[in-house]
Design a protein around this ligand. Structure first.
Ligand code: ADP
Ligand code: MG
Length: 400
């Protein structure tokens, strides 16, 4: 491991600043998905067992650098206390005298959760003074917020310069071992499934994974940019016109390298983007007029399924259709079932993709659910994540 882990540090009696990703899904002040809280427990429990004093910090939503009660971490503090059956001290701030006092008074095995870091614009601007104030709260730093590691913010980057002892947490360790496995020695054939809406975010990951993958299965909204690049009729479907030429190049490169690159051979289409709308399978070019593709069709599902069945490893990011509307969840759930039934190492990442996989009922049959959306993609693009780079082990002179 090129990064320091929890195993490299003695935490006894030390105050640990633990950066977690508590950017949870909330509706009407209630947490609707606590998987990010659950994902943080392993590291927290390990630190508590070692008699550390745990100071948790996280961002939550986009309060735009201002105190905003809608983005308070209070519901998270409450849920965490419930799960751990333990008091979680929750001040109304993340830095300053009151917080510093609470940190200093912490006892071994106690937990403090700081208020949303993004109430300060200094968090996202990676401000040095703010970083220093955060760092002053603790003796040791641990980052277990994989989903935030692609950002160089005060709590993920700036703060680390003030700590001698720093490490990645157990969740991050797991993330980089599963995702890293895909770009080091994937079990072959390695199948990459991509979908969703954000073509521009995901096209770069195709470029890099082209070096490792044996097949790409492209569905969801992003498929129509590739179909249009091949002059297929796509009607009013979601298309990123600025990415057409890059899509063409990718298709050519796949062809030259002998990498399979499957696009939908059929689609369910509708005139309106809404739940309950009438929809049908597109039969011919005429059908596409004033219509958009909102799910992959049945023949596509069969073709994708054959490749998934024979895969050694599968990475999936991005739903195959607008799964939020029940009319268009068939493709996504069918792919989820193929993954669940496959013997391959299966990894699923992405905010909406995780929501879809949970909704499908197959989540517990997936090898690893990555908590990173953008971070997982940038990692697979081969980029060095700024939050990880700062936690590399220092080379000892004799090793150089
Ligand atoms: P993730 O969050 O997993 O990274 P994205 O945010 O890229 O995935 O995409 C998810 C969204 O893509 C979903 O809200 C879904 O409704 C939408 N989507 C999927 N297929 C289509 C389509 N054919 N047309 C428009 N939107 C789509
Ligand atoms: Mg999304």
């Amino acid at each position: 491991m090129i990064y320091n882990t929890l195993s490299d540090i003695d935490f006894k009696n030390k105050k640990v600043l633990l950066r977690v990703d508590y950017n949870v899904a909330v509706k009407d002040g209630k947490i609707t998905d606590d998987s990010r809280i659950l994902a943080s427990l392993e590291t927290i429990r390990e630190l508590l067992a070692q008699q550390a004093k745990v100071i948790l910090c996280s961002h939550f939503g986009r309060p735009k650098g201002k105190v905003d009660a809608r983005f308070s971490l209070l519901p998270v503090a409450q849920r965490l206390a419930e799960i751990l059956q333990k008091e979680v001290i929750f001040p109304s701030d993340s830095v300053g005298m009151e917080v510093q006092k609470l940190a200093n008074e912490l006892k071994e095995g106690q937990i403090l959760l700081l208020e949303n870091l993004r109430f300060y614009p200094e968090e996202e601007s990676n401000d040095t003074l703010f970083s220093q104030k955060l760092a002053q709260l603790a003796d040791v730093y641990v980052n277990d917020a994989f989903g935030a590691m692609h950002r160089a913010h005060a709590s993920t980057a700036g703060v680390t310069q003030f700590f001698k002892e720093k490490a990645i947490g157990r969740l991050v360790e797991k993330e980089i071992s599963f995702l890293g496995g895909l770009i080091q020695q994937p079990k072959k054939p390695f199948v990459v499934i991509l979908g969703g809406a954000k073509v521009s975010d995901k096209i770069a990951v195709i470029e890099n994974l082209m070096n490792y993958a044996d097949a790409f299965l492209i569905g969801g909204g992003m498929a129509y940019t590739f179909l249009k690049a091949q002059n297929f009729t796509v009607g009013k479907s979601l298309v990123d016109d600025l990415k057409i030429s890059q899509a063409k190049k990718i298709l050519e490169r796949a062809h030259i390298k002998g990498v399979k690159f499957l696009l939908p051979v059929d689609s369910y289409i509708a005139e309106k983007f809404e739940e309950g709308t009438t929809y049908r399978l597109a039969e011919n070019d005429e059908d596409w007029k004033d219509n958009m593709g909102l799910d992959i069709g049945d023949q596509t599902v069969v073709q994708f399924g054959q490749l998934i069945k024979n895969a050694g490893s599968v990475f999936w990011n991005g739903p195959m259709g607008v799964f939020e509307f029940k009319e268009f969840q068939r493709g996504t759930f069918a792919i989820a079932k193929f993954l669940a039934e496959s013997n391959a190492t299966t990894i699923v990442g992405g905010g909406d993709s995780l929501a879809a996989i949970h909704q499908s009922g197959y989540a517990d049959q997936i090898t690893f659910l990555s908590t990173g959306g953008g971070a997982s993609l940038e990692f697979l693009e081969g980029k060095e994540l700024p939050g990880l780079a700062v936690l590399k082990k220092k080379k000892i002179m004799s090793e150089v």
